[in-house]
Design a protein around this ligand. Structure first.
Ligand code: AMP
Length: 281
């Protein structure tokens, strides 16, 4: 497995793969790998001949410097995991490489970034689109795999690819969960045992939303029920509940007449977790 830390190394490596006529799938990550990331790697290896994984804790998508600082990192462990998998190369850039001195260019999906709690996660999606655009330019992948767990991120990336004509196919992959329903996340390691148990409320709230949608309940009543469930969990600080049209993420109202995406975010002991479910009626 090749480990590239600079754009030049990576480009040379990509050229070498291309010379052999090999297609490339990219899996962008922030590291501290778990089975959710590895499901993306597995899917990527079915989508293209060679898989490149990037590991970069992208500072521009963190609003809070303390959150960036506390984000778990273990590159040695990540590389050991990737060596056991079907991965051709890992891109491990530094922040200085990704954001050269004096950098000033950003990529932003204007409507979506604003609509998705622009006020709550100011600059988050702009940081995501900017770094993903850089990774696409460096790796030039045929395919890139993203998790549905970060549902809003997936839609923002799809929109950017469409609008800027990136020659890459985006593949969304299902959320991998613990047996008790907790969505795998690198952040879970920071949860106390009590907060970890409390965090199960997210998946339970999604179950409730799905039951209500199947019964034809209005989106407003569904949102109220989800808010109430999460607020009833004393260890949870609710951040957002969105019920929107999948893909466009346009807000919905009234009785559901088609598929819905329910997206939740809440903090447990200061750790921000998100979860989502697409509901097909
Ligand atoms: P992250 O390292 O958290 O930025 O995640 C990197 C990629 O893995 C993103 O596309 C995430 O959506 C995806 N991912 C994170 N957690 C999961 C999960 N539990 N199941 C599937 N994909 C995931």
């Amino acid at each position: 497995m090749e480990v590239c830390t600079t754009p030049n190394e990576l480009r040379a490596y990509v050229r070498w793969l291309r010379k052999q006529g090999l297609s490339i799938a990219l899996v962008p990550t922030m590291g501290y790998l778990h089975a959710g990331h590895m499901s993306l790697v597995e899917r990527a290896s079915r989508e293209a001949k060679r898989v490149i994984v990037s590991i970069f804790v992208n500072p521009t998508q963190f609003g809070d410097p303390a959150d960036l600082e506390a984000y778990p990192r273990d590159t040695k462990r990540d590389l050991a995991i990737l060596r056991e998998a079907d991965v051709e190369a890992v891109f491990l850039p530094t922040a200085k490489t990704m954001y050269p001195d004096g950098h000033e260019t950003i990529v932003e999906t204007t409507r979506l970034a604003e609509a998705l709690h622009g006020e709550l996660r100011a600059g988050h999606f702009r940081g995501v689109t900017t770094v993903v655009a850089k990774l696409f330019n460096l790796v030039t992948p045929d395919v890139a795999c993203f998790g549905e767990k970060d549902y809003q991120q997936l839609q923002v990336v799809r929109t950017m690819v469409r609008d800027l004509h990136f020659p890459v196919r985006i593949v969304g992959c299902p959320t991998v969960r613990e047996p008790d329903g907790l969505a795998l996340s690198s952040r879970n390691v920071r949860l106390s045992p009590e907060d970890r148990t409390a965090a199960l409320v997210l998946n339970r709230a999604l179950d409730r939303a799905e039951e209500m949608a199947a019964a034809g309940t209005t989106v407003e009543a569904m949102r109220d029920a989800v808010v109430e469930m999460i607020r009833a969990e004393p260890r949870a600080t609710l951040k957002s509940v969105d019920i929107a049209e999948p893909g466009t993420l346009k807000p919905l109202s009234g009785p559901p007449s088609g598929p819905l995406a329910v997206m939740l975010s809440a903090e447990f002991g200061g750790v921000l977790l998100i979860d989502q479910r697409e509901i097909f009626l």
